[in-house]
Write a protein that binds this ligand. Structure first.
Ligand code: HEM
Length: 166
């Protein structure tokens, strides 16, 4: 029997759960339409929030790629698990960067009348698509974490959560 997966480090875990919290907050307080950006201070807040979220995910990507290592999936796990895990991670990063960049694009379009029209429509469409895609990838990500907990019992979930009571 394989030893349980090695735990992710403190920095990786902190970034992981901090970004989960920020995304949950972003969805919770999200705007319903562009006109709300007329409210005083809201445009500035949205831009700062988008920049902070984007920076956190960029740091996270570089940190896991070059310093801490991306995955604790056991080397001898089936090929399909490696492929699925990689694909979902790429989907998560792509959705978040898509949300951030299109959000910044919307803010730019909002303050630049010349960009109203095709540019603004494209940014709004990209924002909608990526806002829809992220929860789908997250659902599969959480399903995968539970798969490792219940079916594989290989410690991959605990590598990110720490020891669990069950
Ligand atoms: C907004 C929520 C979440 C996002 C955006 C997210 C994203 C990610 C990403 C991109 C990774 C790959 C490592 C990295 O780049 O940091 C990862 C790893 C991981 N996540 Fe999440 N995650 C979220 C929520 C959750 C939840 C709720 C769970 C548990 C139910 C979970 C369990 C894990 C586990 C176990 C790993 C390590 C997988 C491995 O070592 O291969 N994540 N997460």
């Amino acid at each position: 029997m394989q030893p349980p997966a090695r735990a992710h480090g403190f920095v990786t875990k902190t970034i992981h759960w901090l970004s989960a919290g920020l995304l949950a907050y972003g969805y919770f307080k999200g705007l319903n339409n562009v006109r709300q950006l007329n409210q005083p201070g809201l445009l500035e807040f949205e831009v700062i929030f988008a920049l902070a979220l984007g920076a956190l995910f960029l740091v996270r990507l570089l940190w896991t790629k070059y310093v801490a290592g991306h995955t604790r999936l056991p080397q001898d796990a089936p090929k399909w698990e490696h492929v699925a895990s990689r694909a979902v991670q790429v989907g998560l990063y792509a959705s978040v960067f898509g949300i951030v960049l299109s959000g910044l694009g919307i803010a730019l379009g909002f303050v630049t009348p010349m960009l109203d029209g095709l540019f603004m429509d494209a940014m709004l469409a990209l924002h909608d698509v990526t806002l829809f895609a992220l929860p789908v990838f997250l659902g599969v990500h959480i399903f995968g974490a539970l798969w490792h907990k219940i079916v594989r019992r290989d410690g991959v979930l605990e590598s990110m959560t720490g020891r669990l009571p069950i």
